[in-house]
Ligand binder design. Structure first.
Ligand code: FE2
Length: 201
């Protein structure tokens, strides 16, 4: 029998190669000096500042993220007037800390930029909770039909972008002070037509 993969969930990933290691070090020092608080989805912390990408030090990074986010959407045939980063925050995860599985609400697409090698981020199959039966899978083989989650191992300057509805978690950190910047993006401008026009300024 042939099998077709219908409607895959798209994860965008890249290395932002034109941000130098010196710039990354400056980012780390800046993030180290921010204040953090528990963010409620595990025992790691997020910055009080929920707009860190608006700080001048991150202007180049912010422009790169927007460029890749537009490319990510265009690949899926989504052409928008523009997009906006509505929240962006630093996260700090110390040894033995992790995040719980969560999704990003009030957002269209989300992503994470990593300043260093980090513990995995695990993405869970959003279709699993559509089924009315909770059946334990016993496949030996791990492939796109069988797996219930996929992991991504971040490296320095890596960027991932994904739909905000996609459940994900940070695995337990094996080192102190793992840093990343997370962000949420919404479409802006004129969206849709006829009875479903939305204007977001
Ligand atoms: Fe998240």
């Amino acid at each position: 029998m042939n099998y077709l993969e219908l409607f895959p969930t798209i994860l965008g990933e890249t290395i932002i190669s034109d941000i130098s290691l010196n710039e990354v070090e400056r980012y780390k020092i800046y993030l180290n000096n921010l204040e953090y608080e528990d963010n409620g989805t595990g025992n790691y912390r997020g910055t009080f500042n929920q707009q860190v990408l608006d700080e001048p030090i991150f202007s180049k990074l912010k422009a790169k993220i927007l460029k890749y986010a537009k490319e990510y959407l265009k690949t899926q045939g989504i052409i928008l007037e523009d997009i906006r980063i509505v929240n962006s925050w630093g996260t700090k995860t110390n040894i033995d800390e992790r995040s719980l599985k969560h999704m990003h609400v009030n957002s269209y697409i989300s992503g994470v930029y990593y300043l260093e090698e980090s513990s995995n981020i695990n993405f869970y199959n959003p279709l699993e909770n559509k089924w009315m039966f909770n059946i334990i899978k016993e496949f030996k083989e791990d492939n796109s039909y069988t797996h219930t989650y996929k992991f991504y191992t971040p490296t320095t300057n890596s960027l991932v972008i994904f739909p905000s509805y996609l459940p994900h978690e940070i695995e337990t950190s094996k080192k102190d002070s793992r840093k990343s910047i997370s962000f949420n993006i919404i479409p802006i401008g004129s969206i849709g037509k006829n009875t479903a026009i939305l204007e977001i300024k």
